[in-house]
Each structure stands twice: as structure tokens, then as C-alpha cells.
Design a protein around this ligand. Structure first.
Ligand code: ZN
Length: 387
């Protein structure tokens, strides 16, 4: 049997793997798999569809029945390049009651606690099973969760309550907006700008779609929010353009214009409706362009999509977390998580994890020892509740 590690020793190990989203996470996944195997727990890898350097991992302990509590975390972290770190980001350094290191807060602290709880649960003779779900590619659009969930449903008895351990100061978070983002490419037609009526300026037609985004923001803001929307800040769906480039010279109609178009939509509104409205607007603009030069076009590629987390009525996951933490405040957050994917797949889902989101993604990211201890305490109560 492998020696049992403390949550802190597991955290030190997890942080030592530089699992920046664009790099491999396999050494971390293989270490977790071997550590669990050393305790007689079978964990299964779900390989990335296209990138052989990445895998997700899931495991089940306790009786072989449905109804597990699923502990869900991502293994990837955001880059450290260009950030002024005072310590080595891939070594946990404890100072002034804080654990410094990339991912300590977002969210290897929770991952370490979840792995610890799984091993404890394995030996405890649980009556309610526990599951671990570790994903990849969360930080680049939450794209790893959906395939992981499909794989879990194939191999494991279905869980009934998912706790996504994103930093929430161990409070229950029951909702977040959904998000979807497009890379838009407007292909125009170049002529000398003195004859611009015979060309198609990709920038100027692209601006029409961007101005549609402005109109939508004004319209959405003017509408009365629904009860769910009213809990968010701002309480309406937003459409945002964060990057743009295009054109080559002031006197040539632009051949190309590229920009990003992102939606953050409130729960209750349909992602599909918003996408359809944007595409219909783009099609109208494209028709205008093609009336001048037929080979011009607007191409929209979706590059991320995160379903919203909708507050549940009498949610099983929420009531479990409230029972264990004693926290009764209602909270929603503005960032997206894998929780939306779990809920969409039919799981009752809540967000609850140690640390403050304000520390995530920062240079000198940290998790306070007090929050890590609060997370440990939570896991001990969870184990007791499942025994
Ligand atoms: Zn995160």
C-alpha cells in the first residue's frame, strides 16, 4: 500500500506539475492515477479527442450504486509567462498564512482535498459513493468537461450531486451566466478607396455586426430583468467585442477583418436563440456585401460555449453543501464554470471551493491556510455524511 498523503502534501505535488492549459497535463493525471491505484482505487483516464498530451481522470469509491457525490475540478492552470512572481510559481511556498503557487486557489487546492477525500472514503466503508472528476482545458473555454461527463456516464453509476470546487470561499454558489464566443472573419474585396463603391470594405461591413452588438446591449439593458436575471450584475445578456484587426492601408478597401464576438447570457435565455440572431444579422450583412462582389462572405466560428448554471429549486447539491457548511446566503457569480456542463447533463450542481476568485490568475496567486483548512473540514463532514 502507498503511504497516505496529507491534503497539503497532495497540493505540493499537484502544483509541481506545470499544467498550463496549452501544455501537457499527463504527468499530473498519471501521478494521481498511480497514487489512487496504490490505495486500491481504479481511476480511469479519458484521453483528449485530438491532443495526446492531455487526459481527464475519473474514479468512484464506495458501494457500486447510483447517487454519488461528485467532486469536480480542473487540472489546468493559466500561464505565468510575463507575470511578476516573487516565488517559483510551481512550488508551494507557505508564508504569512498563505500558500503561494500557480493553481493553489484555482483550483488545485480543491483538487488536492478531493483526492484526499477519495482515499479516506475508500477506507471508510461509505454508504453513499464518492466520485472524482478531474478535467483539462477548463481555462480555455471549459471544453474538457462535456467529453469527461460522457465518459463518466459510460463507466460509472450516475452521481446525483456535483460539487464544482471553484474558489467561492467555501460558500454555496448556485448560478452563473452562460457564455459563448465566436471568431468572426469578414472577407471583403480590395479596390482603391476612390472607387470604394466597387469594392467591399471588410472593416466597414464588420462594423455593422459590431454595431448590432451595441444595439443588443442597449435593448437588453432596457428590458425588465426576469427574477433569475435580476440576481446577476449586470442583470442582462451582454454582447462584447474584445479584439479586432483588419485592413492594410488607408486608401484600400479592407480585404479582411477579424474580430471576436462574445455573449454572456443570463440563465433562462437560450444560447441557441442568441446564436441564431447573430447569424441572421451576419447573413443580412453578407447579402449586402455579395450584392456588390459575390465571393465576399462572413464566417463565424464558435470557439467556446459554456452553458449557464441555473439556480435549482430544492437542488440536492445545494442543500448538501448548505447542510455541511451552514451557509445559507444566496450567491451567483459572473465567471463560467464546468458546473453548467454537469447541470446540462442532468446533474444537480453547486459551486463550492476554497479560496477567493480575486486571487485566481494573478501573479503570486495564493490560497490562505485558513481556507485550505476550511476545505479540509468540509471534506471531513462530507465523508461523515456519506458514511
Ligand atoms: Zn478555475
Amino acid at each position: 500500500m502507498t503511504e497516505k498523503l496529507s491534503p497539503r502534501a497532495i497540493l505540493d505535488k499537484l502544483v509541481s506539475f506545470p499544467t498550463v492549459s496549452h501544455d501537457t497535463n499527463l504527468p499530473l493525471i498519471e501521478w494521481v492515477q498511480a497514487y489512487l491505484a496504490g490505495h486500491g482505487i481504479t481511476a480511469r483516464q479519458h484521453p483528449h479527442e485530438t491532443d495526446p498530451a492531455k487526459a481527464a481522470l475519473f474514479a468512484h469509491v464506495g458501494p457500486d450504486i447510483e447517487g454519488a457525490v461528485v467532486l469536480s475540478g480542473h487540472t489546468d492552470v493559466v500561464p505565468v509567462a510575463g507575470q511578476p512572481w516573487s516565488t517559483d510559481p510551481f512550488t508551494v511556498v507557505e508564508k504569512d498564512g498563505k500558500l503561494f503557487g500557480r493553481g493553489t486557489c484555482d483550483m488545485k487546492g480543491f483538487d488536492a482535498l478531493a483526492i484526499w477525500a477519495l482515499v479516506e472514503g475508500h477506507y471508510a466503508g461509505l454508504s453513499r459513493p464518492l466520485q472524482l472528476a478531474l478535467s483539462y482545458d477548463e481555462e480555455i473555454g471549459c471544453t474538457g468537461a462535456a467529453p469527461l461527463i460522457v465518459s463518466m456516464n459510460k463507466y460509472l453509476p450516475k452521481g446525483s450531486a456535483v460539487i464544482v470546487g471553484e474558489p467561492s470561499m467555501m460558500g454555496a454558489v448556485t448560478g452563473h451566466k452562460g457564455g459563448t464566443g465566436f471568431k468572426v472573419h469578414v472577407r471583403g474585396f480590395e479596390v482603391h478607396s476612390s472607387l470604394m463603391h466597387t469594392g467591399v470594405n471588410a472593416i466597414m461591413y464588420g462594423a455593422k455586426l459590431i454595431d448590432w452588438a451595441n444595439e443588443m446591449n442597449i435593448e437588453n439593458r432596457a428590458n425588465d430583468p426576469t427574477a433569475i436575471a435580476a440576481t446577476f450584475e449586470p442583470p442582462w445578456t451582454t454582447v462584447h467585442v474584445g479584439t479586432i484587426e483588419g485592413g492594410t492601408a488607408h486608401n484600400i478597401t479592407a480585404l479582411d477583418c477579424h474580430f471576436g464576438l462574445d455573449f454572456r447570457f443570463v440563465p433562462g435565455e437560450s444560447r441557441a436563440d442568441w446564436v441564431a440572431r447573430a447569424k441572421a444579422k451576419a447573413a443580412d450583412i453578407e447579402a449586402e456585401m455579395q450584392a456588390v462582389v459575390p465571393e465576399t462572405y462572413i464566417d463565424m466560428q464558435e470557439f467556446f460555449s459554456v452553458p449557464p448554471l441555473t439556480p435549482e429549486e430544492d437542488g440536492a447539491a445545494e442543500s448538501l453543501v448548505r447542510r455541511l457548511t451552514g451557509d445559507n446566503a444566496s450567491r451567483v457569480v459572473s465567471y463560467g464554470t464546468e458546473g453548467g456542463h454537469f447541470q446540462e447533463a442532468g446533474y444537480s450542481t453547486v459551486i463550492c471551493g476554497p479560496g477567493d476568485i480575486a486571487q485566481a490568475h494573478q501573479p503570486d496567486e495564493f490560497l490562505t491556510v485558513a481556507q485550505f483548512d476550511a476545505g479540509h473540514d468540509f471534506m471531513q463532514k462530507l465523508l461523515a455524511a456519506c458514511t
